[in-house]
Ligand binder design. Structure first.
Ligand SMILES: Nc1ncnc2c1ncn2[C@@H]1O[C@H](COP(=O)(O)OP(=O)(O)OP(=O)(O)O)[C@@H](O)[C@H]1O
Length: 355
């Protein structure tokens, strides 16, 4: 599977072209509409209310969490709650300090600057951001070599909202300059059911409670995936039935799209299948496993494994990848006898199987 195809996965948490258009329509517009993430929502609400009360610009906010959990949505809500405009950019788009200086110097007072994937900004830009965040000032370097001079430029107070999937990758001096850090968790099934119901209402799709539960259960804790599955199930319901999303229709549709009851897709299952059938449950090296499923090493490691690990279906151990008892059960297979007895290689020795 190429990276382009990877991005097309129905259960991938990245946004594709169609997603972006529909996502804009489905985004909650204020904190009350934003489902789940109670702690982040409550803390953020306090931060914003206090700033409004003081008539000040809100503190800089860092949002961390997996793709598709609502970081962009929250940044837009922050701007809306502060009655401020928002500018959206991303770390990879800012390769030179000059790129950042151009953006910062054009901000208006109180504006929210949303910097997605902030951990992927270049080092010189990052250093410029330190001063901008703390002192609302940047030094613009004019000229080159010994003749170069730094011209200080005052900035209007603004709120930086940084988003990252990997808070641990941020250098401490950058992390420390955020007045508030919110960690976004994966959503519980009942929260995703609410997301599905809300989106169905906005998309004018008739859905039964069981249908929403079925979609929520297969959405990997991620609203973006829930919304995408809902749209595919809606297509199926319209073409194959009377347009109403029932549990049965959701099941049939997601079977067509190869998303199983736990939210695993074809790639996830082929990784598990190879691990169990060809390697007796492991341990097996990542490269060998990737060759066995005909995928790039990175695809297996970065696309399939995080969810399999999170679901407790696969363990990454120093000796290689190992299937857990839940993996055998999920694929309806019985582990070899030595697994259960705790004498064989691999998982038994890793303590993954009970005696
Ligand atoms: N709490 C929520 N309630 C309702 N819908 C949500 C919620 N969080 C996210 N969504 C929906 O999920 C979609 C993806 O959200 P968003 O783009 O904000 O995620 P993200 O974390 O910024 O992802 P990425 O890091 O990939 O950019 C949006 O369409 C939004 O409507």
């Amino acid at each position: 599977m190429s990276w382009d195809e990877t991005a097309d996965r129905l259960v991938g948490a990245g946004a594709d072209g169609e997603d972006q258009a529909v996502e804009a329509a489905l985004r909650p517009k204020d904190l009350d509409e934003f489902i789940g993430q109670e702690r982040v929502r409550e803390q953020l609400s306090l931060v914003l209310r206090a700033a409004r009360h003081r008539g000040a610009t809100a503190d800089h906010v860092l949002l961390s969490g997996a793709p598709g959990l609502g970081k962009t949505t929250l940044s837009m809500i922050i701007a809306a709650e502060m009655g401020a405009p928002i500018r959206i950019t991303s770390g990879p788009a800012i390769q030179h300090a000059g790129d950042l200086a151009a953006i910062l110097s054009s901000l208006t007072e109180g504006e929210v600057l949303f910097l997605d994937e902030i951990h992927r900004m270049s080092r010189p830009a990052e250093e410029m951001l330190y001063m901008a965040m703390e002192d609302f000032r940047v030094d613009v370097i004019v000229g080159k070599g010994p003749g170069a001079t730094a011209i200080p430029l005052e900035l209007p107070p603004f709120t930086l909202v940084g988003a990252t999937t990997r808070a641990g990758l941020l250098p401490p001096p950058l992390r420390d300059r955020f007045g508030f850090t919110g960690h976004m968790e994966f959503y519980a099934p009942h929260e995703l059911e609410r997301v599905v119901h809300r989106s169905a209402r906005l998309l004018d799709v008739e859905i039964e409670a069981d249908g929403a539960a079925e979609i929520a259960g297969r959405s990997r804790g991620t609203p973006r995936i829930a919304n995408r599955l809902l749209r595919r199930v809606r297509d199926y319901a319209q073409v194959k039935a009377d347009g109403v999303v029932t549990r049965e229709i959701a099941r049939q549709a997601l079977e067509v799209y190869e998303v199983d009851a736990r939210g695993l897709d074809r790639l996830d299952r082929s990784v598990l299948d190879a691990l169990l059938r060809l390697f007796g449950g492991g341990p097996v090296g990542l490269s060998t496993l990737a060759v066995a499923v005909g995928e790039e090493r990175e695809t297996v490691e970065e696309v399939a494994e995080p969810f399999l690990v999170r679901e407790g279906l696969l363990a990454r151990t120093p000796r290689g990848r190992v299937a857990t008892p839940a993996a055998w059960e999920h694929l309806g297979m019985t582990p070899p006898a030595d697994r259960g007895a705790g004498q064989g290689p691999g998982a038994a020795q890793q303590g993954l199987f009970g005696a």
